[in-house]
Design a protein around this ligand. Structure first.
Ligand code: HEM
Ligand code: HEM
Length: 225
């Protein structure tokens, strides 16, 4: 029988874990309320108009979540420069040959259901890191287009920093259309992401899912026959 010595490694610091869960909740709220803004229900009612503020509440929830989403994202960008080596930006953009080789290995596991080799990375694997980087670009796009539209309904300074985007992208209609299409990126990303973290939790056996709660992963130290 094979005994494996396991070492505990503190991978995700508190700011990364907080960022992750605030972001996950905000994205779910933004996608649900955004979908309703794009396809509102036709609710009929005989009461006073001010008793039927449900659409206003949906929009309010979208905008409040948007502010959480935006400042949380800024916090994560900052933590990419000052956090530990697993939080650093180097994990998101593959620059070394080894990282590309790992991406091929992970694809073999995820798509061809191959057996996993011991992974080089302890934090995000190279393929996961690259997909998170792509999702960060999508976050940026959603913030720029969202605040661009919001500028028309706000007197605050922050949304007005983005007001140039509306004429630049061809008007309100075009910006809303792109903002809407991008929602589907987040829906597909979230489904694939949750599936893959569960799958990797199983094939790697390193406690990936609980690592986003407590911060620790469990890495093979050495093998004793
Ligand atoms: C993951 C992030 C987000 C998703 C999935 C999302 C999704 C959506 C969707 C689907 C719509 C409806 C578009 C349509 O078909 O008309 C919408 C509208 C809108 N969103 Fe977002 N959004 C996100 C982030 C943001 C952010 C960061 C802001 C910044 C304030 C924002 C501001 C707006 C505004 C102003 C509207 C138009 C509301 C209206 O005219 O009633 N969104 N969003
Ligand atoms: C039940 C739902 C979720 C679970 C269990 C979960 C779990 C995890 C885990 C375990 C990681 C680290 C994986 C690794 O080692 O590579 C991670 C990273 C990440 N997840 Fe999720 N996740 C969930 C929902 C979401 C949602 C809805 C989003 C947003 C669309 C999201 C965005 C991210 C991002 C951006 C990272 C990288 C974090 C960073 O380095 O800052 N997750 N997630």
């Amino acid at each position: 029988m094979e005994n494996t010595l396991i070492q505990r490694v503190y991978v995700w610091q508190l700011p990364v874990r907080l960022y992750h869960w605030v972001n996950a909740i905000a994205v779910v709220l933004l996608a649900c309320t955004g979908y309703l803004i794009g396809h509102p229900f036709a609710i009929q009612s005989g009461t006073e108009a001010y008793d039927n503020y449900w659409f206003g509440t949906v929009r309010f929830t979208h905008f409040v979540s948007a502010f959480f989403f935006f400042f949380n994202f800024i916090g994560r960008i900052y933590w990419g420069f000052v956090g530990n080596k697993y939080a650093s930006w180097h994990n998101f953009i593959p620059t070394k040959k080894k990282q590309y080789e790992e991406m091929v290995d992970v694809l073999k596991v995820d798509i061809l259901q191959g057996t996993i080799k011991p992974l080089e990375s302890i934090g995000h694997n190279s393929l996961a890191g690259l997909t998170y980087f792509i999702s960060f670009l999508a976050f940026l796009f959603q913030c720029i287009t969202g605040f661009g539209m919001y500028a028309a309904m706000s007197t605050s300074m922050l949304p007005h920093l983005f007001s140039w985007i509306v004429p630049f992208m061809g008007g309100d209609f075009a910006v809303r259309q792109w903002h809407h299409i991008m929602m589907w990126f987040f829906i597909v990303f979230s489904i694939v992401h949750v599936y893959l973290v569960f799958y990797h939790d199983y094939v790697e056996g390193r406690g990936i899912i609980s690592s986003m709660a407590g911060g620790w992963k469990f890495i093979e130290k050495e093998k004793n026959k």
